[in-house]
Ligand binder design. Structure first.
Ligand code: ADP
Length: 319
């Protein structure tokens, strides 16, 4: 293989740049040319290509976001759009494409493989909602960002003896909410994977108040129903007033944690090695601290479960 292309797509995540750096430098190390595709799949349709050399990825390992930019691309959902993308890649002499993104990005890559392109997926999303990998690039940084926010909110919560409902990202999953809630010592964690009883949340709040707790942090994953709705329900049932904070896009930004940089470096390098070995449609993942690879189609048919023991533990520790 002489030339590979790389793109970042879907929601951005801290560590995408570190993965890109690893892809570019590993490819060059093995004597291949690398072409960057800007703005995800849109860049394939518009030939928004940029040659990447060793120095083009200098000084980016510590930077959040993605220097290639990312986008969502509706044309890629239709066969004609994908056929055009494939033609553009072939005309540019590209033999393998590495995509860094979430499950939507992986589904797009799979469609491209069906019409003849070798593809490898690197899981880059703060949501951690990709099967076959214990962690995705960006998750650790996002969790740390949320924990940092919880620490700050807790200061003011304690000063005013108030309860806060904090909404965090995660799309349809509760990975960020659970990890950040456990690390931040939240009193209650509400996630889509576990039906919740608002009366139990209120009971926890009241128990805390009765034993003189000066703060109460309720973390709610965006996939549940929204922090304002939870706050209103609490008010309706108990007359207890809570403040609402929706953390929003700060969770996507920031310099990647050391953990995400290392993960991204290993995954980026592994993705290139897979192309060199002649694989056509794989994704890389981390399982028990080891980088593994899986058939992309099979991986996308799997589901990823939340760790219920962690959920139970968070409840016990928040008593
Ligand atoms: P993420 O990769 O973060 O999950 P999206 O779900 O928005 O983000 O997907 C990113 C892009 O991948 C979409 O805008 C689209 O261009 C492409 N894509 C997603 N799903 C498919 C699909 N089923 N078929 C073809 N392309 C898809």
């Amino acid at each position: 293989m002489k030339k590979v292309a790389v793109l970042t797509s879907g929601g951005d995540a801290p560590g995408m740049n570190a993965a890109l750096r690893a892809v570019v430098r590993t490819s060059i190390y093995h004597g291949m040319e690398v072409m960057g595709v800007r703005r995800g799949y849109s860049g394939l349709l518009n030939c928004d290509f940029v040659p990447l050399d060793i120095s083009s990825v200098a000084d980016i390992i510590q930077r959040g976001g993605t220097i290639l930019h990312t986008a969502r691309c509706d044309e890629f959902f239709v066969p004609e759009g994908r056929a055009l993308a494939f033609t553009h890649l072939r005309e540019a002499g590209v033999e393998g494409l590495i995509v860094i993104g979430g499950d939507g990005t992986f589904r797009g890559a799979l469609e491209l493989e069906k019409i003849g392109m070798n593809v490898i997926g690197i899981p880059g999303t703060i949501d951690n909602d990709i099967p076959c990998t214990e962690r995705t690039i960006g998750f650790d940084t996002a969790v740390n960002t949320v924990v940092d926010a919880i620490n700050k909110i807790r200061d003011t919560a304690t000063s005013h003896e108030r309860a806060f409902v904090i909404e965090v990202m995660g799309r349809r999953s509760g990975f960020i909410a659970l990890a950040a809630g456990l690390a931040g010592g939240a009193e209650s964690i509400i996630i889509p994977e576990k039906p919740f009883d608002i009366h139990e949340i209120v009971a926890t709040l009241k128990r805390g108040q009765e034993r003189g707790k000066q703060h109460n942090i309720i973390i709610v994953a965006e996939g549940v129903s929204g922090a304002y709705e939870i706050s209103k329900k609490i008010l309706d049932i108990s007359r207890l007033d809570t403040r609402v904070i929706v953390l929003g896009h700060i969770q996507r930004g920031g310099s990647p944690s050391a953990g995400d940089r290392i993960l991204a470096s290993k995954m980026g390098s592994a993705a290139v090695q897979l192309l060199l070995k002649g694989f056509r449609k794989r994704m890389v993942g981390i399982v028990g601290d080891e980088i593994k690879d899986f058939d992309l189609e099979w991986a996308l048919s799997q589901s990823k479960e939340i760790n219920m023991e962690d959920y139970i533990l968070s409840g016990i520790l928040a008593m």
